[in-house]
Design a protein around this ligand. Sequence first.
Ligand SMILES: Cc1ncc(C[n+]2csc(CCOP(=O)(O)OP(=O)(O)O)c2C)c(N)n1
Ligand SMILES: [Mg+2]
Length: 548
Amino acid sequence: MTNISQYLLKRLHELGSKHLFGVCGDVVLGFMEQVQKGPVKQINCCNELNAGYAADGYARLHGIGTVVTTFTVGPLSAINAIGGAYAEHVPVVIIAGAPETKHAKASRMLHHTLGPDYAVAREMFHRITVASEYLDDPSKAPEQIDRALSLCLYYKRPIYLEIPADMVIEKCKEPGNFKRIERKSDESSLRDATTEAINLLSKAKNPIILVGMEVLRHQLQEPIKKLLDKTGYGFVAFPTGKAAISEDHPQFIGIYQGNWSRPYVKEMVEKSDLILMLGAFIIDSDTGGFTAKLDIEKLIQVNFEQVKIKNQLFENVKIDEFIDKLIQKLPEGKVSTSLIPASKALKDEYQYTPAPDDKLLVKRFFKRIATFLKPNDVVVVDVGDSLYSTSGMLFPKNATYISQAFYNSIGFSVGAALGASTGQERRTLLFVGDGSFQIGAQEIATMIHTDCKTIVFLLNNDGYGIERAIYDGPYNDLSPWRYHLLPEALGGEKGILVETEGQLEEALKKAENNKFTFIEIKVGRFDFGDILKMAGAAMAEGSKNSYE
Ligand SMILES: Cc1ncc(C[n+]2csc(CCOP(=O)(O)OP(=O)(O)O)c2C)c(N)n1
Ligand SMILES: [Mg+2]
């Protein structure tokens, strides 16, 4: 026999969550005490929103992440992070303590409740999770936990577990073999979809693969690489699928985002007569504000559990099985001689010689960063110029990109970088704007305290740049923090202030020391990267009816 908490902790550890992020509270103290016994290591965060983002960043690298909070006040602080994980298909477990069951049964007006109904928080999470469970019965808890975890891992979406304080050490059975959900395709649907796709692909003159968000989440890299090897097709990625397949791949053409793409990438995609979209969704921020030319007559859209060919939907087709069938049945093909790999096309774009006394401009900064990146780096970015200026950058071999390019909640990246830096040795870099930073800033303290080696680039353009590019007013101003001084106040060393190209070189040299480094990049208020300018103009056009 074990107890409910230990059962859950053993399962989390077994599935890859060797750490959890949280903020304590009276009704979750008992559970936290169980955490101290191992095997999962606890990291205390400054607030639950950041802890949720940390669990998200961790999950993107480890396959699952966990956040622990107290009752209602905790989960409701974390709810935006869980919403983000739901939208972005990230398997995050949120565990909340709850008052003893006798209080819930008596509907007592206890602190942290929203009134006599104790189920409100749980119900709120119902819409943004794939399972929300109340663990009030030791005989049922193991099945509830296993069922919820299997759904979390299958759909790559969050789950919510609530443990009443009197259940924390209640005895239950030991965990047995964990059963993952293994759902197969509907055979006839799979056969019909494959036949139709093979027919179209065999006839197509210049088909192309477009990689999206689900590829990384569902770990489809290996089958897709086999498909690329077999067919010789070129491929592009949406920003949400960026670097899912290493960008040094000889068939990688570039990032496609409609009118915001590089001209040669746009041309390659738009002149293709058949686009095989793998794990991709048509999202405004992926498609250059819906400017992508993705004519339905040219599309095979393959998602986790369905395939859509032109206007015909094939349900209950699993993406991995569909790709396997394509690998088996498509004839061998050669890489087209007209394919220009990104590594070749962009060879000259990143030539950079610093002019030491020149004021650093956003474009020059990101140009320099492209060659500062190393193979295997983990790059975490926030919304704003940090996202726009990195999405089209050519990444080195096996680098990983972590962004909320779909959900777009500012502040995500600071917690996410903490999570991404935890429990792994890869170099982690964070790019965050001043506005986004002011939301998540406190977690810098946790990075320092837990000895994360993160390199933080804080892009200070004195406010909400992207909003200024849409429509400017006093609502886009921030209180001007002296950002580079903050790490010292939070228990570390002073950061580095960079305003010139020469200072950037000095700072980058210091950042090679394999320790936490905080670099404030100070640029002008209206100094934007090219894509941010385009995004701002497109959004301004889209919302022009709201201003007088
Ligand atoms: C939680 C949340 N609140 C507000 C917004 C609206 N918003 C989008 S971008 C942005 C400004 C980001 O500013 P900053 O981080 O400084 O990046 P910059 O555009 O200046 O590079 C805001 C307020 C949002 N996306 N998410
Ligand atoms: Mg800014």
